[in-house]
Design a protein around this ligand. Structure first.
Ligand code: PGA
Length: 254
């Protein structure tokens, strides 16, 4: 059985007070309303993670994640945080390779491979993001583009290491645009990625990897997306900033 996961990616949003309020609301709503077996991950700005830990420590379904980490353990990299720092702070998840990091910070597949390594060496669960641009989708080569992202950033891992990775497929044209991939489009890509993993690691390993969908997931479309057999959950941006919407998305996955 694959893990069902709904992760919220807050991006660069919320002041500390707002973050505390949102976390309290989400913790209470999830505890009151969610009975099923689903892991909820709140990927907040790194500044808040240690403060938010005490808000989620009695909420067994809820874990915290960072939105990025550096590939080096320490050193002269002003402004960065490392995987050992996240480990020491007790933060279990980290998003690696979000399309905004790839686009605005020029993160390459090779650099992301090093970040995945650092996360795994420190016992963190990477939520590895992949996805094609609108132009790539229109060129009809989109499946190969995303398969190559997996090949270049993950295929150096052992099967045991890969088993600790969560993948998030996020078509760039669907992020923050209100355009969602249809459930057919999501299922097509998720099945193709799972087959790609299977070609290298075998079907038993591939069948155990959680593949999340991201890109304008909302309370209104989550159930349909999560009904796809290869969609194991969601990575949610905008809608994770509203406790009611986010909880409804989690309920759609339970
Ligand atoms: P969105 O963002 O849900 O606002 O489209 C998703 C993401 O970037 O992870």
């Amino acid at each position: 059985m694959r893990k069902k996961i709904v992760a919220g990616n807050w991006k660069m949003n919320k002041t500390l007070d707002e973050a505390l309020a949102l976390t309290s609301e989400v913790v209470n709503m999830i505890q009151d309303e969610v009975r099923g077996d689903v892991e909820v991950v709140l990927c907040t700005p790194a500044l808040y993670l240690t403060t938010l830990k005490k808000y989620v420590e009695n909420a067994p379904k809820i874990a915290l994640g960072a939105q990025n980490c550096h590939e080096k353990a320490s050193g002269a990299y002003t402004g960065e945080i490392s995987a050992p720092m996240l480990k020491a702070a007790g933060i279990p998840y980290v998003i690696i390779g979000h399309s905004e990091r790839r686009q605005y910070f020029a993160e390459s597949n090779a650099q992301l491979a090093a970040k995945v390594d650092s996360a795994l060496e420190n016992g963190l669960t990477p939520i590895f993001c992949c996805g094609e641009s609108l132009e790539q989708r229109q060129n009809e080569d989109y499946v190969n583009v995303v398969k190559t992202q997996l090949t270049e950033s993950l295929f150096h891992l052992s099967a045991d290491q890969l088993a600790s990775v969560v993948i998030a497929y996020e078509p760039i044209w669907a992020i923050g645009t209100g355009l969602t991939a249809s459930s057919e489009q999501a299922q097509e890509m998720h099945a193709a990625l799972r087959a790609h993993l299977s070609s290298k690691y075998g079907s038993e390993v591939a069948d155990g990897i959680s593949i999340l969908y991201g890109g304008s997931v909302g309370a209104g479309n989550a159930a349909e997306l999560f009904a796809c057999p290869d969609v194991d959950g969601g990575l949610v941006g905008g809608a994770s900033l509203k406790s009611r919407d986010f909880t409804d998305i989690v309920k759609a996955r339970q």
